[in-house]
Design a protein around this ligand. Structure first.
Ligand code: WTA
Length: 662
């Protein structure tokens, strides 16, 4: 279904649009208008497509204005439902019962598994019974430290079934990072694995878990998936095997769903913000379910035969919303792949598309750039004719990568949905609806129904303009004016932090932390973070986290981190380190410090560049002048402006010349 290109815009083929859920720009405009004029009517109709034990009474109640009392939003109050019921049981009385819910492909080719909805029901019920046997009750938190294996969605859905709140911790995190999340959520059960397998290598997740658990006395039960036959560290009395638990004679095939209130939490997921410690975003039952249901259906244009592949990690929000909940609540088939794009060869994704005849691929720009660098011959070898739609997420996509994806993967026939959203937003907020909007490379295009974005004037030139919409093509701070069902409700254990992080900058609006401009035709172009979050290969890392990790090292007096441009990762991490007296800069120490960050946070946070500096530029009140460090890291030394008047002019000169020497 060829795309037509005209004036830099890419129009979906009429045959694609004819079948799409939303078929034209006019239809989109009509739906969008309705979603703003009557948000309660709009969202209650969507909610009615799903199953409720008791229908909602009040669709929306909220206050976003810090000046007008407590900031909150509540959706579908009075309604009772269960997300697991909607993701599985709802389909059992229909033809979907025998459809594959999950097709899992391991990295080693011989490892694979298909779970139909009926089979998934059995696994999830049994695991829910295992959790109950371990004493897990409604409202309890359960930590899941697992890689991309089918057990992870089973464990998540089992939690949802019994009303337990899951906290998935990305399998690449360190023992320290895992420990802090397990402790904060006060989990008593951890589900993990002996080893994970990535790029042909094994990672000792159970050892990492054990190291973390040394700090978590509350954890009484560790349920361990065995990925390999090799032994792994073991604590008798605490550790048990997934298979043994699942096959125990007292574990039944059925487990009733808890009737949850719409606003009961479904899960906690930690993400990095601009300040210190990661924030546990709390997502709730009704709103999150309804929002991920509709966004998945319309943006990925799910059809009855669709085989859909989101190549994110379930450890991040994309995997929660668009591998697990969104697709399953829709009754579609979610393809789950354990491995990485370039292993064992840089055509692994295309080989899988051909083998399974996958219809939708959703991935990150960083993966596209890595594949692009390997050359056009790799995708060219494979039959990709099953593809009808492509998606990207996680960071701004550069137009070259967009065009490469469009030409070499989509073969000039697939619309591309560039989807903008965040852990906080629960689901996609700005994205094309693929049958409706002509796309522009590098633009996430238009808001999803119910979303009211505003590019707010930061008020730098004129403080009186702060918060007002920016004119066309001028970059400002992206805010969202009204609530929508998917937005997180709070930060676990710290509601004030939720309010101050997202609602204090621009009164009455949710502040995203992203820069954005809208062109003359209303297309949104996201410009990256405007705060101290670095987006490394689509993973959020905060400068403060990296700095706190570094200063824990005995040699470090002071540290500052900033984002730097990186060809593959989008952004890399640049750190400036001042050493304590008695320590000398050396390559060996550099390596030690990198390893140290890895150990404290995980490999994703390890610095790409480390510069030893005799001092860091400070304001008169002693705050590190990040703006200047950022410019140095970004190689924009000529944009520092006039620094001669600063007390620190010498320090800056030393930093610049130090960088040149590197
Ligand atoms: C960035 C991932 C440009 C953005 C779903 C946001 C994007 C952060 C896009 C959230 C996109 C995500 N275009 N930038 N299509 N999608 N981002 O919480 O900076 O891991 O604030 O959620 O990723 O990252 P998070």
């Amino acid at each position: 279904m060829p795309i037509t290109e005209k004036d830099g815009k890419f129009y979906p083929d009429p045959s694609f649009s004819a079948r799409a859920h939303v078929k034209s720009v006019e239809e989109y405009r009509e739906i969008y208008r309705r979603s703003l004029e009557d948000p309660e009517g709009f969202w209650s109709e969507v909610a009615r497509e799903l199953f409720w034990y008791k229908p909602p009474e009040k669709i929306l109640d909220y206050n976003f204005d810090t000046g007008a009392g407590e900031v909150f939003h509540r959706w579908f109050d009075g309604g009772r439902t269960n997300v697991c019921y909607n993701a599985i049981d709802r389909h059992l009385g229909t033809a979907t019962r025998n459809r594959a819910a999950i097709i899992w492909q391991g990295e080693p080719d011989g490892d694979s598994k298909v779970l139909t909805y009926q089979m998934l029901h059995r696994e999830v019920c049994r695991f829910a019974n295992v959790l109950k046997k371990k004493g897990v009750r409604r409202g309890d938190r359960v930590s899941l430290f697992l890689p991309m294996i089918w057990h992870l969605p089973v464990a998540m859905l089992a939690c949802a079934r019994i009303g337990a709140i899951h906290s998935v911790v990305f399998g690449g995190f360190s023992a320290e990072a895992l420990a802090s999340r397990v402790k904060e959520t006060e989990s008593r059960v951890l589900v993990t694995i002996d080893h994970s397998i990535r790029n042909g290598r094994r990672f000792e997740l159970k050892s990492i878990a054990d190291e973390a658990l040394a700090q978590c006395p509350l954890v009484r039960h560790v349920i361990v998936v065995k990925r390999t036959k090799d032994p792994c560290p073991w604590t008798n009395g605490r550790d048990t095997l997934w298979d043994d638990e699942m096959n125990a004679p007292d574990i039944g095939n059925d487990c009733p769903c808890e009737e949850m209130e719409a606003e009961d939490p479904l899960f906690i997921l930690y993400t990095s913000g601009s300040t210190g410690k990661p924030k546990g975003q709390v997502h709730t039952t009704g709103g999150y379910m309804v929002y991920t249901y509709l966004t998945t259906k319309w943006i990925f244009d799910l059809q009855p035969e669709t085989l859909y592949w989101c190549n994110a990690d379930i450890g991040w929000v994309t995997g929660h919303s668009y591998i697990v909940y969104g697709p399953l609540v829709n009754g579609t088939t979610s393809f789950l792949y354990e491995g990485t794009p370039l292993y064992p060869r840089p055509d692994r994704p295309w080989e899988l598309v051909e083998r399974y005849r996958i219809n939708v691929v959703y991935t990150a720009p960083t993966a596209i750039r890595a594949l692009m660098r390997q050359g056009d011959d790799w995708p060219a070898k494979w039959d990709l004719s099953s593809l009808r739609l492509l998606g990207t997420v996680g960071e701004p996509i550069n137009p070259e990568a967009w065009m490469w994806y469009y030409r070499n993967v989509g073969r000039l026939s697939c619309p591309i949905v560039d989807t903008w959203w965040q852990t906080e937003t629960g689901g996609i907020c700005i994205s094309p609806l693929p049958g409706a909007w002509p796309t522009k490379p590098g633009s996430a295009t238009f808001p999803f129904p119910g979303i009211v974005p505003r590019v707010a004037d930061p008020g730098i030139d004129d403080p009186a303009r702060r918060g007002l919409p920016m004119p066309a093509n001028a970059t400002g701070h992206l805010c969202i004016e009204r609530p929508w069902p998917g937005l997180s409700r709070t930060i676990f254990g710290d509601h004030d932090r939720w309010v101050s992080t997202y609602f204090s900058q621009y009164p009455g609006m949710y502040f995203t932390g992203d820069g954005c401009f809208v062109d003359g035709e209303g297309y949104h172009f996201l410009q990256g973070r405007v705060d101290d979050v670095i987006n490394v290969s689509g993973h959020r890392v905060s400068t403060a986290e990296v700095e706190s990790a570094l200063v824990l090292h005995e040699a470090v007096a002071e540290a500052a981190a900033a984002g730097m441009p990186h060809d593959l990762k989008g952004q890399g991490i640049y750190v400036f380190v001042t050493l304590k007296i008695g320590y000398e800069p050396s390559e060996a120490l550099k390596k030690q410090l990198s390893d140290h960050v890895r150990k404290e946070i995980g490999a994703i946070a390890s610095p790409d560049k480390l510069q030893f500096a005799p001092g860091l530029p400070k304001t008169s009140s002693g705050k590190i002048m990040r703006r200047i460090l950022r410019k140095i890291a970004e190689n924009k030394v000529d944009e520092l402006g006039d620094v001669s008047t600063l007390e620190d002019a010498e320090v800056i000169k030393t930093l610049v010349s130090g960088k040149e020497k590197m």
